[in-house]
Design a protein around this ligand. Sequence first.
Ligand SMILES: [Zn+2]
Length: 457
Amino acid sequence: MPEEASRIWHPNFKKYTDFIVKHPNYKGLFFEYSADGNVKWVVTGKSDNGLKRRVWWNARCRENKIKIEPGCYAKIALAIHPTKKHVCQICGKSLIIEYVYPNKRLINNIKKEFGIEYTPYDKTIFDIVNDLAKNLINLNKFLTIFKISGPSIKTKKELNDYIYQEFTQKNVKAFLSPGVMSNSPDRFDGFHSDGNCCRGVSDKGRHKDNLSRYGQDRRVYENWADGNWKMADRLMSEFSNYGLSADHIGPISLGFCHRPKFQPMTREQNSTKNNRMSFNDVKILINDELEGDKVISWHSRFIWDNLKGGVKNDKDAVKLSSLMRANLHHILTIFSIIKDNGYESFLKRLLHPEYSFYDYKFIGFNPKDGTYKEVKAIERTGKNQQNNVGRYLRIAFDELDQYRSISNRKTKELNNAIINKEIEKLLAQLKGNKNQQAFKNLQQIFKILADQAANSW
Ligand SMILES: [Zn+2]
């Protein structure tokens, strides 16, 4: 997970941030400059500075008669944005923040209907209408790409107005996407720093194309999460059938299991949550454990068990979230060291490709609370399942390579004499084929890391 702070800013993004912080629409919204003269664009949502920003956004919501509830910050960030165009931190491209770009599905529909394949986030639907409507006698035909036969449309302007009103203004996610996802109040302007042009590259796990293409959540593999991932994936699909995003109560990127229990959320809410737990989330997780559920992956159990009891409010929960995230980063770095030393087969045993050989049907799924009456397991042994196993292992191991190259660049990474000594011991055990011992030692290492994290609690 490349940290945004370590990213090099595209010069256009620097210009954009300078323009935005000085714009009167954001008067009074907290920010600072860093030593290098860049705007400190990001604050942690629940830090003191984050709270200052939240207070400001809440005031703007009230002014604009927007009720403070999940999704409200996306609305207000769009409403007050002076240009409605965001600049991507990575590539410097300027994209419109409204729902104007055709998503994969609409691009496919256009291809089927007109034989032309458009590149995502290259042209707005209105540009495309202008392109395609040139040779069209019956403009209504255009609406078939939205699977509707609309009103009688005579001019291109009427057509564009109709699409704007019916799809853009109503944020119809089934067909259109904005150029950037909302992220308030962490980012000053209320939007993610990377535009959707680059979001797939910088944050694969959240990218909707990856999620929807396989109905799978690759974060599960990337973070070496425990849990019946196949059943959880299938339950996630149930949510997306209702246009909802399935929220992990305990985020996978913090070391929690991918288990078939989620909270329904809109995409916007889920992107706002951004891997942070609330006090309430922690309470739910502890309660689920009391009821016999396994919520935490084996590698992250130590830090969770150490610290979960000390969480008394949202601020604690955020603190625990960031400690757990850092801890998982260490864990994956250690896995990557094991891999680099040639013990991939040892690591392979920590993964669970076997879940691939089952499929699940949920009966009586309730999109309001994510519950279901019954789940039916079906055994499957076809070629698809075999391919799935391959993909699962590949993604998990690829991620370790990434961890290694990122952590090499980081300064304070595992600069820890005790841990380094233990890792040496572990590698010696693996060399001597003492896998059982090595696994015990690996757990010991994670326990030490968890104790060290507890010291900074
Ligand atoms: Zn970009």
